[in-house]
Write a protein that binds this ligand. Structure first.
Ligand SMILES: [Zn+2]
Length: 484
C-alpha cells in the first residue's frame, strides 16, 4: 500500500488536489491485516469535511435544525416503542437522541464483477422512494422518509475498501476494519461531532441501528455459524442438515423445518432459546454495536432485495414461467385452472407479493400498524401459495418451486411485521435494510477501481471517489435521479 513517486496517476491527482478538485476529507490510517497503515474514511472525518464546506445539512432529515430535531425525536420515540430495551436508551438521553442521526452500516464482500470489499454508512432517514413521494405530503411526513431516493454519492458514504485478494489472504482484515469503524462510531455516538450548523455550534451524534448486506457479507461480519450454506442440497424438510440455516432462529435443525410457513411456525418458538441467541462461532467487533440484549442477532438484518428480488422471487418466476411455457398454448387461463390446480396458486402468489411490495415502497421509514399488518398478510399469503405450489409439484414429480432459505428469511420479515403490527403504532419499514441502492453504490466505487493501476488500486479508487464526491456535494441532489 506504499506510495511511489513515479505513479503518473499520483502526479495528476496531486494537480487535482492543488486545484481544489477533490473533496478535502481526511484519510485515516490504521492497521488492517498485514498492512500497518491502511487508508480509510472515518465517519467523523467526513462530517467534519462537510462542515468545512457548510454542507452538513446533506445528512439531516429536514432542511432546518428545528424540523430535523423534531423528526429525530419522533424517530427515536417510535424506535423506543418498538424496541424498549435497546441499549441505545442506556447510552443517550432522549434529549441527546434528538440530535442523533440513526444510521445503517452496509457491507459488500465483493463479487466476480466487483472485486472490492466495501463498508459504508447511510442515514436511515432521507428523501423517500419514487413511490412514497407520490403520496400526500402529510402522509409522507407522518411516516418519515426512507433513504432510497436522491444522488447515490450523497445518500451512501464510503468507509473502507479492500481488494478481494487483500482480505481473502488475510482472515483478520475484515475484523480489523470493523474494529476501527466501531471505535469511530463509539466516539460519534458517545461524544458526538461538534459542528457549526445553521450558524450555531451543535453536537451531532450518530447511532448505528443495524447492519445490512448480502448473506455472504453477514456471515463474515457476524461470524455466523447458522446460514444458508448449511442448507441440505436437496431442499426437503425431511433432509434437515441439523446445522441450522438461519441466525435468527433454529430453523433447519432436526425436526424444525425452515420451510414452515404456518400461522405460528415451529421455528419461531426457538428464537428466544439460549442456543438460538448465539448463532456465531466467535466474537465479532460489530457484536458490540448498541443492540437488543434479548435478541442480539437482530443487529444483522435480512434484506428483502437479496431474499426476494435476487432470491426467492427468481425461483418463483422461473418456475412459474417454465410451467407456463408448457401450458400456455392456445387455451385460456380459466381452462388451465381446471386442468392444473397450480394456476390458482401462481395467480395468488403473483398478486399477493405485488400487493406486499407496492405497500412497502409506498411507505415511509415507518409503517402504520394497519399497513404493516396488510403487508404481512399479503407476504405470508404469497409464501403459503408458494408452499402449495412446491407440494403440488412434488406430487406431480416435477422439480419446481424449490423452497430456499431466502424464503425462510422473508417469512421472518413478514411474521415480524405481523407481530409488531399488534404491538406498536409504527413499525420499522424493512426496506430500510434492503440493499438495492447499496448495490448501485458498490457498482460506482468498483467502476472507479477498474480505471486505476492495479498497484495503487485502493488509494486511487479513493481519489476518484472524493473527486466525484466534491462535485456532487457542491451541486447537491439531482432531483431527476431516481436510483431505485
Ligand atoms: Zn429463522
Amino acid at each position: 500500500m506504499g506510495l511511489t513517486r513515479h505513479d503518473p496517476a499520483r502526479t495528476s491527482f496531486r494537480a487535482l488536489d492543488d486545484a481544489g478538485l477533490r473533496l478535502p476529507v481526511q484519510l485515516s490510517f490504521n492497521k488492517v491485516g498485514d498492512t500497518a497503515r491502511y487508508p480509510w474514511f472515518k465517519l467523523t472525518s467526513m462530517v467534519k469535511c462537510l462542515e468545512e464546506l457548510d454542507r452538513v445539512n446533506l445528512l439531516l432529515p429536514a432542511q432546518s435544525w428545528e424540523q430535523s430535531q423534531e423528526m429525530l425525536g419522533t424517530y427515536w420515540a417510535r424506535f423506543r416503542s418498538q424496541y424498549p430495551t435497546h441499549e441505545v436508551f442506556g447510552l443517550l438521553t432522549m434529549e441527546e437522541l434528538q440530535m442523533a442521526l440513526p444510521i445503517k452500516l452496509h457491507g459488500d464482500e465483493g463479487k466476480k464483477k466487483s472485486p472490492l470489499m466495501l463498508l459504508s454508512w447511510q442515514p436511515v432517514l432521507g428523501r423517500g422512494t419514487s413511490k412514497s413521494v407520490q403520496q400526500p405530503l402529510e402522509v409522507q411526513n407522518a411516516a418519515q422518509k426512507l433513504n432510497l431516493l436522491g444522488s447515490l454519492l450523497l445518500t451512501r458514504w464510503l468507509l473502507f475498501a479492500a481488494l478481494k485478494e487483500t482480505y481473502s489472504e488475510c482472515p483478520s482484515a475484515l475484523d480489523d476494519a470493523m474494529a476501527m469503524v466501531l471505535e469511530d462510531l463509539n466516539f460519534a455516538c458517545h461524544t458526538g461531532v461538534a459542528v457549526n450548523l445553521f450558524g450555531q455550534s451543535r453536537r451531532l451524534r450518530f447511532v448505528a441501528v443495524s447492519v445490512k448486506g448480502d448473506w455472504p457479507f453477514l456471515i463474515e461480519a457476524a461470524h455466523l455459524e447458522r446460514h444458508f450454506r448449511r442448507a441440505p442440497k436437496r431442499e426437503r424438510s425431511d433432509m434437515c442438515s441439523n446445522l441450522g440455516v438461519c441466525h435468527l432462529c433454529l430453523g433447519g435443525y432436526q425436526g424444525i423445518p425452515y420451510e414452515d410457513f404456518a400461522e405460528v411456525p415451529q421455528w419461531e418458538q426457538t428464537m428466544q432459546s439460549a442456543a438460538a441467541m448465539v448463532p456465531w462461532h466467535s466474537e465479532s467487533p460489530w457484536h458490540s454495536l448498541p443492540s437488543l440484549p434479548s435478541f442480539r442477532p437482530w443487529t444483522f438484518r435480512p434484506d428483502i432485495f437479496h431474499n426476494f428480488h435476487l432470491g426467492h422471487g427468481r425461483y418463483f418466476v422461473s418456475s412459474a414461467l417454465e410451467w407456463l411455457e408448457d401450458w400456455l398454448t392456445d387455451d385460456m387461463v380459466a381452462e388451465l385452472s381446471q386442468q392444473d390446480r397450480r394456476v390458482a396458486f401462481i395467480a395468488l402468489g403473483v398478486q399477493s407479493m405485488n400487493a406486499a411490495l407496492r405497500l412497502l415502497y409506498r411507505g415511509g421509514a415507518w409503517l402504520a400498524a394497519a399497513d404493516s399488518a396488510s403487508i404481512a398478510f399479503f407476504g405470508l399469503e404469497h409464501l403459503r401459495a408458494y408452499k402449495k405450489l412446491a407440494q403440488l409439484s412434488i406430487d406431480a414429480r416435477e422439480p419446481r418451486f424449490p423452497i430456499h432459505c431466502k424464503a425462510h428469511m422473508l417469512n421472518h420479515t413478514f411474521r415480524f411485521l405481523e407481530l409488531w403490527a399488534q404491538q406498536v403504532e409504527w413499525v420499522e419499514n424493512p426496506l430500510a435494510d434492503s440493499c438495492q441502492i447499496d448495490e448501485s453504490f458498490v457498482g460506482v466505487i468498483s467502476r472507479f477501481s477498474r480505471r486505476v493501476s492495479p498497484r495503487m488500486t485502493i488509494l486511487r479508487t479513493y481519489d476518484l471517489y472524493v473527486t466525484a464526491l466534491r462535485d456532487r456535494v457542491h451541486q447537491g441532489h439531482d432531483d431527476a435521479s431516481v436510483l431505485e
